[in-house]
Design a protein around this ligand. Sequence first.
Ligand code: NDP
Length: 489
Amino acid sequence: MADFAPDSITFASGHYIGGTVVAEGERIAVARPSDLVDYAELPVASVEVVDRAVTNATQAVAESGWATRPPRDRARAMRRWADLIEERAEELGRLEALGSTRPIAQAVTGDVASVAEGIRFFSEWADKLGGDVAATRSDQLGMIVSEPYGVVGAITPWNFPLSMASWKVGPALAAGNAIVLKPSELTPFSTVRLAELAVAAGIPAGIFNVVQGTGAVTGDALSRHASIAKLSFTGSTRTGVAVMKAAAESGIKPVTLELGGKSPQLVFADADLEKAASCIAGSLLANAGQACVAGSRLIVQRPVMAELVDRLKAKLSTVTPGPTWKAATGFAPIISEIQARRIDRILAESHRQGAECLLGGGRIEGHNGAFYQPTLLAGVTAETAAVREEVFGPVLTIQAFDGEAEGFALADHPEYGLAAGVYTADLGRALRAMRALKAGTVWINRYSRTLDFILPTGGYKSSGIGKDLGRQAVEANLRHKTVLIDIGG
Ligand code: NDP
């Protein structure tokens, strides 16, 4: 992987509607997280532009036969799209790295590779979920027929723009829907390139549309559009509430919500501490903690706390921050100065509440972008701001426990339940933890996803409703019609 010059990258800076780039709307500046330089302007899609995109998508579904063609044709087009994404991995990765927090080396070999494989995974479901024949009286035939919704809407966050788009578009298209997607205004451009490649691969124009703009204007218009039959959102719990409300007020649309987390890492004294430290540090450093599943609360059995903290300090002390266009950069910038100030605020409040920094605690100086030191915070309680709130930065709080029940109780967060990590050599304890933890994903003696897209992801409590990935994500893009026929006899 080579460095690249940020000014050498070209891209379409508009909406993508019906296979055409449309640059209509009031313009806002977009900054590069690596150096906070404004590098492009983004048109904000008004209610009218969103309406045009949805109308176009509705026509495209009707006229292109995307929903009615043999499902394996859809699968074939999606596989060609995945191949094209792989062929253009360097180009897509550079665009992703330019505008987001993803360092180029990770964007190409991690994000883009995973997007291609994810699209392939979803393509394979095109002809696998057909419905059911029900057990009815013998003079009747009862069927449960699955159908696509028509046009679905999606709203994605800034932390993994391409991956998050693929998690929404893949299942929607495999099920036979068209989609209108709004990326974050902070990271808007790579999603349009992804949509252009879909059309280049033979997916009909108008099946994958992108509307650009702010959440308050464009996101709200999309959530409220009467012809959007289903919505999928990833972002903060606060915005998830607004999206769910808008969906309820505009025709009772089903919503899939992948929201915030405050995930615990529960380490028992019998655990392989070196492995646990690697997993915990890896989770904290990944995208500098700007991940919904970041394992940001360490809950460790008292006898091994000091040793684990020493190992973590060693692993977290050497990071390689830098611009995302440098191949040597391994540690991501914070998405914006606003987000960095949010981390400052949570840390300051935590200190006032008695928290003490064992490592880090402030900005990494000497860069134009906002970079944050990996931070270990002890002396915290369940009330401390950094334990309560989703920080979205490389901040790990540390709490000690004695008995198993106390560990499980500390791991339970009053609001969030996205993921949890458990580290122990005792199989029975691991399985008890799996049952006790109220989280959508429980990782045992590891802490990260793999390319096993068959495993769904989604939260308990205020961390969300429904699942991304897995068979469940495709099912969420289908609705079911009950048919009962009198057949006589
Ligand atoms: P938001 O939840 O505000 O943004 C997520 C997406 O929703 C963006 O595309 C945003 O658009 C859009 N949006 C915002 N307001 C509305 C609205 N009223 N109706 C419809 N769509 C809307 O997250 P932020 O970017 O503000 O990040 C804030 C915090 O959210 C983070 O600090 C973190 O705690 C959490 N977060 C969680 C993520 C996760 O993966 N679970 C991902 C990102 C953030 P736009 O960006 O253009 O305003």
